[in-house]
Design a protein around this ligand. Structure first.
Ligand SMILES: [Zn+2]
Ligand SMILES: [Zn+2]
Length: 273
């Protein structure tokens, strides 16, 4: 049994049909102590078919109802996954100041106003140029924004783009990736281990092992683990492998958040009953 899952979506996200209650009930049946509901807010998302915006008055009403209804069974944390783009400074600051988030994932889903998911971003770029540009943009966001606790699914760009070889060789991007890791550590921000890579058949978590090892070696300590589930059956997917990997790397703690304040709990107790 696991302690928590720190990344999941409900039907409040444009790309999920799962009612919030179905996610909560699945988490309870797995015996989790906590979940962070991290629905998408992506201001100015280029694909108008996916308006990743949330009406928080409605959201908070639903969230508070379930938080109270299931309070004896599970702790619900008000999370959000915010899509960073450089021109959104004010919108993102306003959102985070307005609502009492427990936990915020900062993610890059759009680079140079072009969507990664639908492939627009990759048009006219070599694989190397596309990956480099993505990492540059991530670094810029980490340096520019303060409104996040961990960075989400670093290196998930390998999911997209029409390239035959999906492998990202850490060595080829080491300079920029190391800058990203140092910037996170310097700002007191953390890194997410996103287990969805295995669901996508990529044979790795996001970020890949070599990047997590470097983060650990550089002194990075803030790690959260999230499935990025968009349906109940994916909650905690591949968590056994994730804990084992972190433990083998020498990580001793996983981070949980309340009111955006980190608390460190041992990996042993995270996985224990
Ligand atoms: Zn994401
Ligand atoms: Zn997500």
């Amino acid at each position: 049994m696991f302690f928590a899952d720190y990344h999941m979506h409900t039907s409040f996200s444009s790309d999920s049909d799962a009612p919030m209650e179905s996610m909560i009930l699945a988490a309870i049946s797995l015996g989790l102590k906590q979940i962070a509901l991290t629905d998408h807010v992506d201001f100015d998302y280029p694909d108008v078919a996916f308006p990743f915006l949330i009406d928080y008055d409605e959201y908070l009403e639903t969230f508070s109802y379930y938080q109270n209804k299931y309070k004896d069974q599970i702790e619900l944390l008000l999370g959000v996954e915010i899509g960073f783009q450089p021109h959104l400074k004010h919108e993102i600051a306003d959102l985070v100041n307005k609502y009492p988030f427990d936990f915020i994932i900062g993610s890059t889903h759009v680079v140079d106003r072009a969507d990664l998911y639908n492939g627009d971003f990759f048009k006219g770029k070599t694989q190397k140029n596309a990956y480099l540009r993505y990492f540059e943009d991530v670094l810029h966001s980490i340096r520019t924004f303060d409104e996040f606790n961990v960075y989400g699914h670093l290196d998930y760009i390998i999911r997209y783009g029409d390239y035959t070889n999906k492998v990202l060789s850490y060595k080829d991007y080491q300079n920029i990736i190391d800058e990203i890791l140092k910037a996170l550590i310097h700002k007191g921000k953390g890194l997410e281990v996103n287990t969805s890579g295995h669901r996508y058949g990529l044979g790795q978590f996001h970020p890949q092992k070599a990047i997590l090892e470097t983060y650990h070696g550089l002194g990075g300590e803030i790690i959260t683990i999230g499935s990025d589930a968009h349906r109940p059956q994916d909650i905690c997917a591949c968590f056994h492998e994730a804990y084992k990997m972190l433990k083998d790397m020498g990580f001793k703690y996983v981070t949980i958040f309340k009111d955006q304040k980190p608390e460190f709990i041992s990996i042993e107790s995270y996985t224990k009953n």
